[in-house]
Design a protein around this ligand. Structure first.
Ligand SMILES: Cc1cc2nc3c(=O)[nH]c(=O)nc-3n(C[C@H](O)[C@H](O)[C@H](O)COP(=O)(O)OP(=O)(O)OC[C@H]3O[C@@H](n4cnc5c(N)ncnc54)[C@H](O)[C@@H]3O)c2cc1C
Length: 350
C-alpha cells in the first residue's frame, strides 16, 4: 500500500499555502482516493506553530494528517534548512509517493532530499493516475512527446508543473498540526530580504488568465510608410497594466535590437528572450491568448499548446492563425484595435 504525502510551503506572506501547493493537494487527494490510501500533508515555512495551524485551515477539510516544520529559521527559503525540513517531514510521513509543487523553493531542494532518502525524482509532471501502480505524465522534446512514467523505487518524488491541477478549495476548518522536530543544520546563507521588480517591469505573469503576444508587426512600417515603435510600446504596456495579462513575444520581435543601445537592448525595452513563446521559447499555460501583429508560424504556435482559447489580430488574411491555429482571427490593424480596447478598459476602471 502506498503512503501519499503532499509537501507544501507557505506563500511569500507566510500566512497561507501557495496556490501551487494547493494544486498539489488536489492531485494528492485524487491519488489517495483512487487507492483508498491515507493522505498526509506537510507544511514548510510558517514562522510559528500558530502560523502553520492558520495556513493548515485551508486544507483541514481534506481529512489528511497534517505535519509541519515551522520557526524563524525555516521561514526563508534556503537550501540547508529547507532540505533538512523536507527530509524530516518525509521521514515522519513514511512517504512512499511524495507530491510537491514545482516551485522555485522546492525545485532547488527536492532532488537532494530524494537522494538523502534513497529515492527517485521526476519533474514537470502534468498529470497523475493510479490503478495498480502510480503513473505520472510529462512532456519531452519541447512539448511534442508525452510520456507516461511509473517507477518501483520508493520514495518517488514527483514535482508538479503549475497550472496542471485545480487549486484545492475546501471550506476552511480548524486544523490540528503535528510539529516535526528538525535539528537545525549548519547554515552559511543569511537571507537579508527580498527584492522584486516593480509590477510594471514584471511582464511575465504565469498566474494571469490571459497571455498577450506581441509580434514583429508592431515594429514594421505601417500604412503611412512609417514605423511607430514608441506608440506600439505604449499600447502594449497600457494593455498589460489595464488587463493584468502576461506578455509573450514572437522570436522575430524578441530578436530585434535597438540601434545604438548595445547587443542586449531590445527594440521594445521591456521585452527580452524570456518573453519568447514557441519552439525555442516557452510553452506557458493560460486560459486565453491574444496574438497581435504576429504571423502565427508553426515554430511560434507550438508554444501555444496549453493556451485554452486562442485569438489573433493580424492584417494578413492568409496568416498561420487563419489556417486553423486560432479560434477567432480579427483581420484588422492591431494599433487601432488595441487603442480601442485600452480606452474601453480605461473607462471601465475609472
Ligand atoms: C529552428 C527555428 C526555431 C524557431 N523558434 C521560434 C520560437 O520559439 N518562437 C517564435 O516566435 N518563432 C520561432 N521561429 C521563427 C518563426 O518561424 C517566425 O519567423 C516568427 O515567429 C515570426 O515572427 P512574427 O510572426 O512576429 O513576424 P513576421 O513573420 O514578420 O509577421 C509579422 C506579422 O505582423 C502583421 N502585422 C503588421 N502590422 C500589423 C498591424 N498593424 N496589425 C496587425 N497585424 C500586423 C503582418 O501582417 C505579419 O503577419 C523559429 C524558427 C526556426 C527556424
Amino acid at each position: 500500500m502506498e503512503t501519499f504525502f503532499v509537501l507544501t510551503h507557505v506563500d511569500e506572506n507566510g500566512s497561507a499555502l501557495s496556490k501551487a501547493s494547493l494544486e498539489a493537494v488536489t492531485a494528492g487527494m485524487k491519488l489517495a482516493r483512487q487507492q483508498s490510501a491515507k493522505l498526509t500533508i506537510g507544511i514548510l515555512g510558517a514562522t510559528s506553530v500558530e502560523a502553520a495551524n492558520a495556513a493548515a485551515t485551508t486544507v483541514a477539510a481534506t481529512g489528511a494528517r497534517l505535519l509541519a516544520v515551522s520557526g524563524k529559521a525555516f521561514a526563508q527559503p534556503r537550501y540547508a534548512t529547507d532540505a533538512a525540513a523536507c527530509e524530516a517531514l518525509c521521514r515522519a510521513a513514511q512517504a512512499s509517493i511524495v507530491l510537491a509543487p514545482g516551485s522555485s523553493r522546492f525545485v532547488r531542494v527536492a532532488a537532494g532530499v530524494a537522494h538523502r532518502l534513497g529515492g527517485f525524482i521526476d519533474t514537470h509532471i502534468t498529470s497523475l493516475s493510479s490503478n495498480d501502480s502510480v503513473d505520472a505524465t510529462r512532456w519531452f522534446y519541447r512539448q511534442r512527446v508525452e510520456a507516461t512514467i511509473s517507477r518501483e523505487t520508493r520514495p518517488w518524488f514527483l514535482l508538479l508543473d503549475a497550472g496542471t491541477h485545480a487549486a484545492f478549495a475546501g471550506e476552511p476548518a480548524a486544523a490540528q498540526v503535528e510539529e516535526v522536530d528538525v535539528t537545525l543544520p549548519a547554515t552559511r546563507t543569511t537571507v537579508e530580504g527580498l527584492r522584486s521588480p516593480m509590477r510594471d517591469a514584471q511582464t511575465i505573469r504565469p498566474d494571469a488568465r490571459l497571455l498577450f503576444v506581441a509580434g514583429a508587426g508592431w515594429t514594421k512600417k505601417q500604412v503611412d510608410g512609417q514605423t511607430h515603435v514608441a506608440e506600439a510600446g505604449e499600447l502594449i504596456l497600457s494593455f498589460l497594466r489595464l488587463s493584468g495579462a502576461s506578455l509573450g513575444s514572437s522570436k522575430s520581435l524578441a530578436d530585434q535590437k535597438a540601434e545604438g543601445l548595445g547587443e542586449e537592448q531590445s527594440v521594445l525595452p521591456f521585452l527580452s528572450h524570456m518573453n519568447q513563446i514557441g519552439q525555442t521559447g516557452s510553452t506557458p499555460r493560460h486560459a486565453k491568448g491574444l496574438s497581435t501583429c504576429c504571423h502565427g508560424e508553426e515554430p511560434h504556435v507550438v508554444g501555444w499548446r496549453f493556451i485554452g482559447e486562442r485569438r489573433a489580430i493580424s492584417l494578413d488574411p492568409n496568416c498561420g492563425w487563419t489556417r486553423g491555429k486560432a479560434d477567432v482571427v480579427y483581420i484588422a490593424d492591431a494599433f487601432q484595435v488595441m487603442a480601442k480596447i485600452n480606452a474601453l478598459l480605461e473607462a471601465r476602471s475609472a
